[in-house]
Structures are given as structure tokens and as C-alpha cells.
Design a protein around this ligand. Structure first.
Ligand SMILES: [Zn+2]
Length: 182
């Protein structure tokens, strides 16, 4: 079944980030420096730095110490105060995917492994790639077909309940107008 959506966290991809690796590459951090000043939205924040010796490649690797939790990290986010991903409770886009989006992505991945380039889940199921052995192919196909059946069953159920309607387009929709009148 399609589960109700979890409350959404702010997306990491949409949040302003500061990358220590980029600062270093651009020569904005001198070696041995213990503090860096970051300007974000007119506000100034002092962030501590940590230099850790690299075990294999030698030399030093520089990290931010998150002003919120002291964790060492490569990236800090300004939203608006500067802190790490965990302090801001930021999510990656893939974590915020809906249940339906996640299962669709899995189905496409399976077809992709079988060499299907286009057509998505409405194209006929891909035939056995030359380099696959039959038992493996049949096993994979049985499993994928089962998953696809479940996906379509949930999809149809959700269509009936109107859950697939994009946000903000519900008003003026025939189905919803019908429900309003009841
Ligand atoms: Zn933190």
C-alpha cells in the first residue's frame, strides 16, 4: 500500500553550503590555521578548523568543527545560522522521496540492469541480455514482475483515492468537486 507521507525536512540540495575542500583549493585557508571566518547573509561566524594527518597519502586533511555539535565535517550549511547537516536536520533529496517514487526508482533500476534504455515501466519487460544465464534471468524477471504488479496495484489504488494529484491542483478538479458536493 502507499503509506502516508512523512513530514518533509528541508532539502540539502536547496540549502546554501560551504565546502572546506573548495575553500582549501581556492587557497582561502592557509595551512595550520585554526579558525576561519565565514560570511553568510551579512552575518559573520567564526568556525574552528581541525587538521588531521592522513594515514595513507600523508599530509593533512582539514575539516570544519561544526559550531553546533563539534563534529568534524567537510560541509557546513547556512540556513541561516551555520551548522552541519545533522544540526539542521537536513535531508538528501532521495530521503524525501515518496514511497511510490522509491518503488518506481527500484523498478527502473532493475530494467536498467537488463539493458533497457528507455520506455520506463510501461515498455515490455526486457528480454535476456546475451551475457546473462537463463536461470539468473528468469529469477530476476519473476521477482521484478512481482514488484511491478505490486507497484501498479498501489498506483491504481492511489489514483482512485486522488493521492497522485499534484499539490495545489486539487481545487477545480472534477473528482474533488464531486467529493465537496457530498
Ligand atoms: Zn553539527
Amino acid at each position: 500500500m502507499v503509506r502516508p507521507q512523512r513530514p518533509r525536512r528541508p532539502l540539502i540540495e536547496r540549502t546554501h553550503s560551504i565546502d572546506i575542500r573548495r575553500l582549501k583549493r581556492d587557497g582561502q585557508i592557509a595551512s595550520g590555521e585554526t579558525m576561519v571566518l565565514l560570511w553568510t547573509g551579512g552575518a559573520r561566524s567564526e568556525v574552528r578548523l581541525a587538521h588531521l594527518e592522513r594515514p595513507v597519502f600523508g599530509g593533512f586533511r582539514t575539516y570544519f568543527c561544526c559550531p553546533g555539535c563539534d563534529r568534524l565535517c567537510d560541509l557546513l550549511y547556512a540556513c541561516p545560522n551555520i551548522a552541519c547537516r545533522r544540526c539542521h536536520n537536513l535531508a538528501f533529496a532521495s530521503e524525501n522521496e515518496t514511497q511510490a517514487g522509491r518503488s518506481l526508482r527500484r523498478l527502473l533500476k532493475q530494467r536498467d540492469r537488463l539493458g533497457q534504455a528507455e520506455g520506463g515501466v510501461v515498455a515490455p519487460f526486457p528480454s535476456k541480455p546475451r551475457w546473462w544465464r537463463w536461470p539468473r534471468y528468469l529469477r530476476a524477471r519473476r521477482k521484478a514482475m512481482q514488484r511491478e504488479r505490486e507497484y501498479w496495484r498501489d498506483f491504481h489504488a492511489a489514483m482512485v483515492n486522488g493521492k497522485y494529484l499534484p499539490k495545489g491542483r486539487k481545487s477545480g478538479n472534477a473528482i474533488n468537486e464531486d467529493q465537496d458536493r457530498r
